[in-house]
Design a protein around this ligand. Sequence first.
Ligand code: SF4
Length: 406
Amino acid sequence: MAAYVAGLNEKPFRAKQLMQWIHQRGVSDINEMSDLAKSFRATLQDKVEVLSLPVIKDEHATDGTRKWLLDVGAGNAVESVFIPEDDRGTLCISSQAGCAVNCRFCSTGRQGFSRNLTAGEIIGQLWFAEHLLRNDPNAIRRIEAYPTPGWEHTGRVISNVVMMGMGEPLLNYDNVVTALRLMLDDKAYGLSRRRVTVSTSGVVPMIDRLAQDCPVALAVSLHAPNDQLRDQLVPLNLKYPLRELLAACERYLPFAPRDFLTFEYCMLDGVNDSDVQAKELVRLLANIKCKINLIPFNPFPESGLKRSSAQRIHAFFGILLDAGMVATVRKTRGDDIAAACGQLAGDVVDRTRVRERAVHSNQIQLDQDVDAKADADALDADDEEQEQESGYQSERSVQWLKKLDD
Ligand code: SF4
């Protein structure tokens, strides 16, 4: 912005004013930017537009989660999800239209890759949601009832951003880092590094670059305790196997805003959820300061996968806790509008016929550890019970255990 303003022969403080009008106040009409000189406003009006991505669909879930399908042109669309909680308002945003990584359990991956989003399209999702929600009576009520600590007087609705929407953020590195810097900038959104999370499937060289360029909180999509299984679930593992990925995680830790990393582990019935695999996971992560986030799989057509039963998740979780690991079970949010993890599909044009190939690959059974299979068979999922449990999956370990015991 400073460079742009300098190019118009304006003083540097004009850049600060513009940033505040656009990002802090959400004003898109140049004429309303009242403290800019009239001549400067006239120049801007000839040259720039402040635009939001067109909204194709706006969905409200019964739990307050809200999902927008946003048009990014040429038949592509991306999704953003707002997840209100008592003590925070989290926006999950997308970094690419589609995704090339093609994780086995992820709806976005099944769509194929279309293109990287620009920095404007990434930060535009935050700009749009923040300023829309400031006028949403439900969002305002939540803020008044449960102000986010340290966030009380800002009037802002979104206190946390997670880059866990569509796409692999570290494969669109430059645009993502530009957008991250705006999220952190006091003249824009002023979010703390601890409240901005990048989630990656494991692009090792870019984890190292992020540590240097913009070290926000890091979440790693792990999903398997060994290379053999991870190669099948997260194909990027063939390029950056676990040994290299975990070494990169250790190098990131000194730069991380909190003194731990998060590992995401999607619970897939009979695939990665056995006792043996839980113990293997403990051994794998024993030397890294981390939190393991167990995510009950959110099924979608074509995946050929099922969510682990509540009992299986309970048993897996118990093994992690008994071994002294920090673990949580993610609350499933926005189920009724397909806004939960791994369900963001948008209406992305399938340019790579990935969907066709996926149907074929689902006919091929995943290789499974014999012990894991026996274990999964013994604890076969009870669908009805699963539905009841999903209503109260809790991030808080103790509550999770207690409810199940009850
Ligand atoms: S989980 Fe993330 S990296 Fe994997 S296919 Fe989905 S969007 Fe891409």
